[in-house]
Ligand binder design. Structure first.
Ligand SMILES: NC(=O)C1=CN([C@@H]2O[C@H](COP(=O)(O)OP(=O)(O)OC[C@H]3O[C@@H](n4cnc5c(N)ncnc54)[C@H](O)[C@@H]3O)[C@@H](O)[C@H]2O)[C@@H](O)CC1
Ligand SMILES: Nc1ncnc2c1ncn2[C@@H]1O[C@H](COP(=O)(O)OP(=O)(O)O)[C@@H](O)[C@H]1O
Ligand SMILES: [K+]
Length: 516
């Protein structure tokens, strides 16, 4: 399993290892620098042959210390290396100072004032100015200089950031101050940082590599999980497979409430998603006016008439309906009518609220929060999130003046605590939080990009995936994580040209690849 750390958690892990006598700070710095060089040569094997030119920008802290190690190791490989220091060598922290001195025996350190685009022409550009220690916004001119030197028309220069692209907050991925650079590769240490997977980070970096530097840590709930295959194979997760002695009711019965005539597509997408992900039975709850429209377009899906609130209450007398989905294409008035009934159902079915079921409460989120229970999942995109949690969204969207900045992880945790249920906040960086604070990120970034998901109806399918998994007995947070992960897998498996209908139909291929 992969845990993402904040800078404070990383510092604590590093300090504990040093205090235990297992390792020194200097050894960690040497391993970090060696890790950066290793990652560079793995990414661009051609740089392993012959001599090249590198420019290393070092900052005033230990990130700069890593930079001096990288400069030394590259020069030992016969490279021509130019080093620039931002700050005062006298004030470097002890380990960085040792590496500064070691480098000084091999080469010069130019002052920052000499930095210009011409001087920094190189095959490789190393940004070791700030890492996890950046707390104040970058001075504006420094941000500009970084951009100028790292990204003029040097199409052949590879830009590598040590730990974090300088200027980005390691906890939130936000930019502190203006500027900050673009990196072809970020090399981090021990574990990726939460900020690598949020906000600007993945927009500014092409790829992320994490190098082992011999540290260990014990997981605690304050850490954030990255949703990956290992996470979903955890013993605490129900498997996605079906067992040979199962029958359809073992896998639950989902009810997806649709909108009216001409508005049933979204619910049908969700229903198809719920069925493909393995719910035993899936029924669409449709108003009379839309009955023909839906009936002519479904086969394995079933249909029941749900005209209004009292109708829904009758339908929910069937205790086998154990997972409900409300919102996709529903219309806000129908949502206001049906959501309270769904949330009050006595046998406690699990409930996914998406789209219109969230927007319906934009004027009175507290009314919704009062009805929600622990078996609910809310799946807002950015706009819906801001309607239900305006103050949290405002805090999240505010330009930070210092780090660690308020992040999408903080915002989703706060929203889940307020709502009293699981909140899945969508995006390429989908954050899933439980009211207890347990939190995961399902990332569609770096080597898991899935930009074709930005298509109408893909969110409806996600709501259906989660509903289907809830019907199958997954707990709300497990269903949200698993559904979101499979959603990205399906999109990646289908590839360019994807439309929402393709997502459920791609699942069998994904399942086969997973060996189910
Ligand atoms: N934590 C660990 O386990 C390890 C950390 N290492 C390196 O150490 C880095 C963290 O080092 P530090 O904590 O020294 O932090 P950084 O080197 O990231 O930066 C902190 C320094 O920058 C200054 N600073 C912060 N904001 C500034 C601003 N806006 N303008 C000017 N100066 C500013 C601070 O006063 C401090 O001197 C990591 O990113 C990593 O590169 C590695 O050496 C290996 C192990
Ligand atoms: N660029 C992107 N990369 C990865 N996933 C994306 C991207 N854009 C959108 N998504 C995902 O696609 C889905 C879109 O959902 P939503 O905005 O509700 O759309 P709709 O309402 O049209 O169904 C979400 O799961 C979101 O995380
Ligand atoms: K850096």
């Amino acid at each position: 399993m992969t845990e993402l750390l904040t800078s404070a958690q990383m510092r604590q892990i590093e300090q504990a290892a040093i205090d235990s006598g297992a390792v020194t700070g200097l050894e960690l710095m040497e391993r970090a620098g060696a890790g950066v060089v290793e990652a560079i040569l793995a990414e661009w094997p051609e740089l392993g042959q012959g001599a090249h030119r590198a420019v290393v920008l070092c900052g005033p802290g230990n990130n700069g210390g890593d930079g001096f190690v990288v400069a030394r190791l590259l020069q030992e490989r016969g490279w021509d290396v130019g080093v620039f220091l931002y700050g005062d060598a006298e004030k470097l922290p002890p380990d960085a100072r040792v590496n500064y001195e070691l480098w000084r025996k091999m080469g010069a350190v130019s002052s920052w004032e000499d930095l210009n685009a011409e001087q920094t022409t190189a095959d490789l550009f190393i940004d070791a100015v700030f890492g996890t220690g950046l707390t104040r916004p970058l001075p504006e001119e420094l941000g500009r200089e970084l951009i100028m030197t790292a990204t003029p028309d040097k199409t052949t220069t590879k830009v590598v950031a040590v730990d974090m692209p300088s200027g980005l907050c390691a906890d939130s991925g936000k930019m502190l101050g203006g500027g900050g650079d673009f990196s072809d590769l970020v090399v981090s240490f021990h574990s990726a940082k939460v900020g690598h997977y949020l906000d600007r980070s993945y927009q500014r970096c092409n790829s992320l590599v994490v190098k082992d530097i011999g540290l260990d840590h014990v997981f605690d709930e304050s850490q954030v999980h990255l949703v990956d295959q290992a996470r979903l194979s955890d013993d605490s997760f129900p498997g996605i497979s079906k067992r040979k002695f199962d029958h359809k009711y073992t896998h639950g019965h989902a009810l997806i409430l649709s909108g009216g005539f001409g508005k049933t597509g979204a619910a049908r997408l969700a229903a198809r998603g719920a069925l493909r992900i393995g719910a035993g039975l899936v029924t669409l709850g449709v108003p009379g006016a839309a009955q023909m429209e839906v009936a002519t377009r479904i086969t394995a899906l079933m249909l029941t008439r749900v005209e209004d609130a009292s109708n829904l209450a009758e339908v929910l007398e069937d205790r086998r309906l154990n997972a409900l989905c409300l919102g996709p294409g529903m219309g806000v008035e129908r949502a206001r009518d049906l959501v309270p009934v769904a949330l009050a159902a006595r046998h406690g079915p699990r409930v996914v609220l998406d789209a219109d079921a969230l927007t319906a409460y934009a004027d009175c989120p507290e009314t919704l929060f009062a009805m929600l229970h622990a078996n609910c999942v809310l799946t807002p995109h950015g706009g819906e999130f801001a309607r239900l949690f305006p103050d949290i969204a405002e805090r999240l969207n505010k330009e930070p003046t210092r780090g660690p900045a308020y992040s999408k992880v903080d915002a989703t945790r706060d929203a889940a605590a307020r709502a009293g249920c699981v909140v899945l906040f969508k995006g390429p960086d989908t954050v899933i939080a439980h009211p207890s604070g347990a939190c995961s990120i399902n990332a569609a970034v770096y080597d898991r990009e899935a930009p074709w998901l930005a298509t109408a109806g893909s969110g409806d399918v996600l709501a259906g995936f989660i509903t289907g998994l809830l019907a199958r007995g997954f707990a709300p947070k497990q269903a949200a994580e698993t559904g979101a992960w499979l959603h990205v897998e399906a999109a990646r498996s289908f590839g360019p040209g994807l439309v929402a209908e393709d997502l459920p139909e791609e699942l069998p291929k994904v399942f086969r690849r997973l060996g189910l």
